[in-house]
Design a protein around this ligand. Structure first.
Ligand SMILES: *Cc1c(COP(=O)(O)O)cnc(C)c1O
Length: 223
């Protein structure tokens, strides 16, 4: 048995169980969040089949991507993105920037992508639980902001939304925040939204039951 294999199998089984309870046909993507893990750990997980990894700092992504440049890893950016780091991030050709949290940031990304003549896939981050210390647009502005970005930013492709579940032990509250996110996602499907990225180590089963099709799992995988 390779390192992480047994643990990863258990996680896959838990996801399957939650998934089949609600919708047999929903494909759930797993992003392995490697922000607390080394390139060595990433390689071990890669060797059991995982391809998508998430980082929350541009500098860390850069170092790990360089270390692992021989492997066809799909990098997802999931952290707060400062404007002065956008160019560095775009140069790393991430698969998906999940944490675009405002129209303003989308415009900045668009401006730089335009100069580089590339297009970049992004998700709009929604602060569904309306927590002050969390990034993202409030749910009541999410659709308007999404459409605004689509209209004004032709070098970014919006692929859906991302949200972090309510920060509480109360499962009902967490579920409510996921339901709110999913409701927005459903409305945006007609505008091309494909991914509803929600669910982390402590709440991914609830997220899957609420319709998530992209989980961002860190500590539960790399423990
Ligand atoms: C760290 C992080 C995760 C993963 O967190 P875990 O609880 O370790 O699974 C997911 N999403 C975002 C935005 C993060 O910053």
């Amino acid at each position: 048995m390779k390192r992480y294999e047994e643990n990863f199998d258990k996680i896959l089984q838990r996801i399957e169980k939650a998934r089949i309870e609600v919708n047999e046909y929903n494909i759930v993507n797993i992003i392995a969040v490697s922000k607390y893990s080394s390139a060595y750990d990433i390689k071990d997980l890669y060797n059991i089949g995982q391809r998508a990894f998430g980082e929350n700092k541009v500098q860390d992504l850069k170092l790990k991507a360089l270390d692992l440049e021989d492997l066809p890893i799909q990098w997802h950016f999931i952290g707060r993105l400062q404007k002065n780091k956008i160019n560095a991030l775009l140069d790393l050709s991430p698969t998906l920037i999940q944490s675009c949290d405002s129209l303003e940031l989308a415009k900045e990304i668009n401006k730089r992508a335009k100069i580089k003549n590339i297009s970049i896939d992004i998700l709009l981050q929604v602060n569904s639980a309306k927590e002050e210390n969390k990034a993202g647009v409030y749910p009541e502005y999410a659709i308007e902001t999404y459409l605004n970005i689509q209209e004004n930013c032709s070098f970014v492709n919006l692929k859906g939304i991302m949200s972090i579940g309510a920060h509480t032990d109360d499962k009902k509250e967490i579920q409510k925040s996921f339901e709110k996110t999913y409701y927005i996602f459903e409305k945006l499907k007609q505008n091309g939204a494909k991914y509803c990225s929600m669910g982390m180590s402590s709440d991914f089963e609830i997220a899957v039951k609420c319709g998530s099709n992209m989980l961002r799992l860190g500590s539960v995988i790399f423990k």
